[in-house]
Ligand binder design. Sequence first.
Ligand SMILES: [Zn+2]
Length: 412
Amino acid sequence: MAATTTRQPSILAQVSAVPPQRVNSTAEVPTSKPHHPKRWHIPRLLFKVKDVSHEGAIKYFNTTNTQKLLHDAVIGVLETLYTHETAPTTQRSITLILQSMDGIAYTTGSELDNDHKEIYFSLDYICQLPDDRTQNEILGVIRHEMVHCWQYDACGAAPGGLIEGISDFVRMKAGLGPPHWTRKGDRWDAGYEATAYFLDYLCSRFGNDTVKRINLAMKHSEYTPELWMTISGGIPVEKLWDDYKTAFNLHPIPKPEPGDGEKEKEGYAAVAKEEAAAPPPSKIEAKPPQSVEKPLPIPPTPIATHASGMRLPRSPGSGDVWPFAADTPAAHIMLDRLKNMRFEGTSDATRYLLEFEALIDRLQPEMSDTDRRLLLCTSFHGSIMVDWYEKSCRAVTYPQLKEAMQEAFRNY
Ligand SMILES: [Zn+2]
């Protein structure tokens, strides 16, 4: 079982609409009062250890700051799944309980009240973690469980794989995925990292807020496959999954029949023709495995359909169509180059940005700043960039992002 396998909570968050903001009636607030940035609602955070002398507890205390662990997890989940306007505020407490038990972790409402959440985490599991993985694995498991304290579940009707996939998506976006995670091509709702990578792909295609939209769509409504049509502008989940597998070369490779060389060549030629617009997948997957997320490819939209104009140029959000300057070999080479660009914070940003913009200007000069920013962000890799982006660059425009990059990474 994957290290992140958790038991499905019996009841997930049943949070209601955000109540109207409380007004402090006793205070005469002067109009000149400085504007304070919005703050997230943080419930009371509690901690229990059932056996402090357990080896796992000792390991936990040697590696973990519980206050920071829980606080960062709450903020990370809220930032990934909500905005200040949509974040639930009914959670009253979240308790982390370390105890000896089978499995890894699970989350549930408390016996008395579902607004009080309890995360159970196995000391036996912590005990057997390798030393160099202990800290990150604790952070990652708690981030996953914290999602269950806050996410919507379509009135209990959401597929379990989607619930678990969203949890691991949040973990992945925090840079807390374990090194053994890989893209898998069995089913979109296989859950955990298999679904998380798929969701990440959807974000690259339909906008960074795609998982936020999926979660919110499950606030009051029962789950139906229509959800995916709404999210993608009319594409069923089976097609999205197929596109994802094509983009990352996850389709099973047919074994050639022995002595059938000619037929084989024809077959490959036919496939090559059909998939002319899809990125040559080997180029994406041939790179050495990264400790952080892998790059996201440009959506594999066939060039031939671009002329039909499914999306107006300069429309906001991530394009589900990506017109080329022309369907030429040069355009394919440039597209390939753009897709494989990665910035790890160890080289000069100005030089990198020059190439990035030069390629976009050749391929789609009218691309909006929103899309440029999204594309640039998907080329960030490695822990330096994850840390930098988390700390300094969450909500800036494309020109601001460029400037911040140039400031932070210059003259290598
Ligand atoms: Zn889970």
